[in-house]
Design a protein around this ligand. Structure first.
Ligand code: HEC
Length: 99
């Protein structure tokens, strides 16, 4: 009986710490939901976020649109970019290459 009471208390003890847990997991799941995708970053933003990690950013005007396409094929893998972001960056670079 004593053991039962003791264990009942033990079960009750962690429960005050339990309530915060569900909201936390909800928060985590809502953060992994489309939120990240739906908040679209511009090509310029993605470019400055991803493409100056290993070397300084090149000006879009430093390469032609065709060159940017080839460069993105290589750098997309290096930067580990999803296809959509790579396309957005490529479009930004090509639109601003002036060539
Ligand atoms: C993980 C490191 C890394 C990341 C991230 C990276 N690069 Fe590079 N980049 C390199 C290295 C190393 C070189 C030089 C060697 C080479 O050209 O293969 C290079 C070279 C370049 C060059 C010169 C190529 C040439 O010969 O004309 C351009 C332009 C370039 N990167 C653009 C980008 C763009 C755009 C991104 C973002 C999508 C990017 N890089 C992300 C490592 C990286």
């Amino acid at each position: 009986m004593l053991a039962l009471l003791a264990s009942a208390q033990e079960v009750e003890k962690p429960s005050p710490t339990q309530p915060p847990a569900p909201p936390r997991s909800e928060l985590a799941s809502s953060q992994t939901k489309p939120k990240a995708d739906s908040k679209k970053l511009s090509g310029a933003e993605l470019y400055s976020m991803h493409c100056n990690r290993c070397h300084p950013e090149r000006y879009p005007t430093e390469r032609t649109a065709a060159q940017w396409k080839t460069i993105l094929l290589h750098m997309r893998v290096r930067a580990n970019l999803p296809a959509g972001q790579s396309r957005t960056i490529l479009k930004y670079l090509q639109d601003n290459s002036g060539r």
